[in-house]
Design a protein around this ligand. Structure first.
Ligand code: FAD
Length: 386
């Protein structure tokens, strides 16, 4: 693996985390929860807490709010390790990380005090609900409503594809407070117990030990003080978070591709056909070379965007490039890994079967590949092609 670590401490942090994941976490997702449905929350919580012991989630939050304030490149490297081990675990960490980051940046003190300590210790789960059945790429068209009533808002509507939905203790939800397309959306925090939203699990092609859910709000009364940021600022605040969260989804693609490459290299050195190991056939060697080059290209794009964000340089285009390239590369590389495994690659006995199913997911959330292309095109030409 061609990592270029910036400091010895960074190298030690990443490598000791990799050893831990390989020993303790990989077997759980490789065998026990491979296609075994939703993991019980208690079990997922235990794992989530273990992730925080290595700096995840708290690493994204400022020290002023109880976090560790780890630099974003190191945090991305640590996150890549989770992604190369278990996509499902990485999604839980990703959502809790950015729920914590949103509270860190936007929440009033009483909300921070209530949820941040539990999120940072891995005890609590958040979820973030923007998408709806008819609203995916077009976030400006959100239909869920928040109607002012005295000191409260009354929320109604349906959300879709919400990661961590079934696990969530609270939800950050975007709802319409006015009809203005750009300034009509606001964020609210709903507590699962106090403002009971209904959750229904969605079954996907893969990654079902982690939750993806529909969420229903039926005239839920929420105090106005549960608003995150200012009224009408949800779109702006969501777009501000996307730069970082897209780097993390790029790292999911990178982790999947890296793991598929490792599996393919191992198999190609063992499997014999035509009197020699298949690694000795030039077409297999060329395929492995292409896979390795694309894994490294994914890593370089992902780390560059992370470094720019850490340095405070606007990185909307670079985060889009990383997300676009690494997630599409993951689909190609995991398919190539299946191809190198031949028929065995289609069976549950080999990890690449799971990796290929997981890879097909990552080009969709956090802005599809096409949306990333439109962002890059707009940055290049100044012309909006949405
Ligand atoms: C596993 C998973 C987890 C998710 N987690 C969350 C979550 O936690 N919270 C949340 O709010 N949402 C979540 N989402 C939703 C995700 O953000 C949306 O699925 C995504 O934005 C795409 O929306 P859509 O699925 O409605 O597709 P659509 O927007 O309907 O797109 C359909 C197709 O049309 C293309 N398309 C759309 N607009 C254009 C255009 N202008 N030009 C060219 N092509 C276009 C798209 O690229 C796509 O190929 C998740 C989705 C998945 C799959």
């Amino acid at each position: 693996m061609s990592h270029v670590f910036r400091t010895p401490e960074q190298k030690e942090a990443v490598e000791s985390f990799r050893r831990f994941l390989s020993d303790k976490v990989d077997p759980i997702f490789r065998h026990e929860y491979r296609d075994n449905g939703l993991m019980p929350k208690e079990k997922m919580r235990e794992l989530n807490q273990q992730m925080t012991e290595f700096g995840l989630i708290a690493g994204a939050v400022s020290e002023a709010n109880g976090g560790l304030g780890i630099d974003f490149l190191t945090l991305t490297m640590l996150f890549e390790e989770v992604c190369a081990c278990a996509t499902d675990m990485s999604t839980v960490v990703l959502i809790n990380t950015f729920a914590a980051k949103m509270l860190d940046l936007l929440a009033p003190v009483h909300i921070k005090d209530r949820y941040l300590p539990g999120l940072l210790s891995g005890e609590l789960f958040g979820c973030m609900a923007f998408s709806e059945p008819d609203v995916g790429s077009n976030v400006m068209e959100i239909k869920a409503r928040a109607r002012r009533d005295g000191d409260d808002y009354i929320l109604s509507g349906e959300k879709c594809w919400i990661s961590n939905g079934s696990f969530s203790d609270f939800m950050i939800v975007a709802a319409r407070t006015s009809d203005d397309p750009r300034k009509g959306l606001s964020h609210f925090v709903l507590d699962r117990k106090e403002h009971p939203y209904e959750v229904k699990e969605i079954h996907k092609i893969a990654s079902n030990s982690q939750s993806t859910a529909q969420i229903f709000m039926d005239d839920i009364r929420v105090p106005a003080t549960n608003m995150l940021g200012k009224e009408g600022d949800a779109l702006r605040n969501t777009l501000a978070i996307f730069e970082r969260s897209r780097v993390f989804v790029a790292a999911q693609g990178l982790g999947l591709a890296r793991r598929a490459l490792e599996e393919a290299v191992g198999y190609a050195k063992e499997r014999k056909q035509h009197g020699k190991v298949i690694a000795g056939h030039q077409l297999i060697s060329a395929m492995l070379a292409e896979m390795a080059t694309n894994v490294d290209a994914s890593r370089l794009l992902t780390y560059r965007a992370a470094e720019m964000i850490e340095a405070g340089i606007p990185a909307e285009m670079e985060a889009a490039m990383a997300k676009y390239f690494a997630c599409e590369a993951a689909v190609t590389i995991t398919r190539q890994a299946v191809q190198i495994h031949g028929g065995n690659g289609l069976t549950k006995d080999f990890l690449v079967e799971r990796l290929a199913r997981e890879a097909i997911i990552v080009p969709i959330p956090e802005g599809t590949t096409q949306i990333q292309q439109l962002i890059i095109g707009r940055a290049l030409t100044g012309v909006n092609a949405f």
